[in-house]
Ligand binder design. Structure first.
Ligand code: PRP
Ligand code: MN
Ligand code: MG
Length: 178
């Protein structure tokens, strides 16, 4: 798979260091609050797994699977819920865990929905942020790295479902797309 890379953007070492930093900040913020960390499938899986292992506090985890309505009008932020939580979030401190925020559509929708479900707080941690992709006014509370306006893969991020298992984040060679 590494041969398909144009270049590596963020190394495995850089990711590890950043995950530890974020975990320390989040542990301080959520200590004593028994937060519910909600991973957004499938991209969030590697980050979520690494992050929770570095957080030395009581916490719970759950997952959602959502998909954007596949047309040009996705900027409405409307998403379809493929798998909902098993947990009641009323009164809970919810932390969404994401691999990347691009248009903001996915999280804008989820954040609103969880406020409606009366979560005590709803915050977001993402390992990557692509601010140049934004169509909706949504920001993560904690960001690992900002990435340029390029198609990135690895550490959860896919190209037609492949490359999620790369331990680094990279940019694919253009010929892979063709
Ligand atoms: C990707 C990514 C985020 C979302 C970000 O997920 O993992 O969840 O898109 O894009 P947005 O800010 O424009 O909504 P995708 O829907 O491709 O599913 P996946 O995680 O299963 O790859
Ligand atoms: Mn995703
Ligand atoms: Mg995807």
């Amino acid at each position: 798979m590494e041969k398909d890379m144009e270049r590596i953007l963020i190394s495995e070492e850089q990711i590890k260091e950043k995950v530890k930093e974020l975990a320390a900040e989040l542990s301080k913020e959520y200590k004593g609050k028994n937060p519910l960390l909600v991973g957004v499938l499938k991209g969030a899986l590697p980050f979520m797994a690494d992050l929770i292992k570095e957080m030395d506090i009581y916490l719970e985890i759950d997952f959602m699977d959502v998909s954007s309505y596949g047309n040009e009008t996705v900027s409405s932020g409307e998403v379809k819920i493929l798998k909902d939580l098993d947990t009641n979030v009323e009164g809970r401190h919810v932390l969404f865990v994401e691999d990347i925020i691009d248009t903001g559509g996915t999280l804008a929708y989820l954040k609103d929905m969880f406020k409606y479900r009366k979560a005590a707080s709803v915050k977001i941690v993402t390992i990557l942020d692509k601010p140049t992709g934004r169509k909706l006014d949504i920001q993560a509370d904690w960001v690992g790295f900002e990435v340029p306006h390029e198609f990135v893969v690895g550490y959860g991020l896919d190209y037609i479902e492949n490359y999620r298992n790369l331990p680094f984040i990279g940019i694919l060679k253009p010929e892979i797309y063709q």
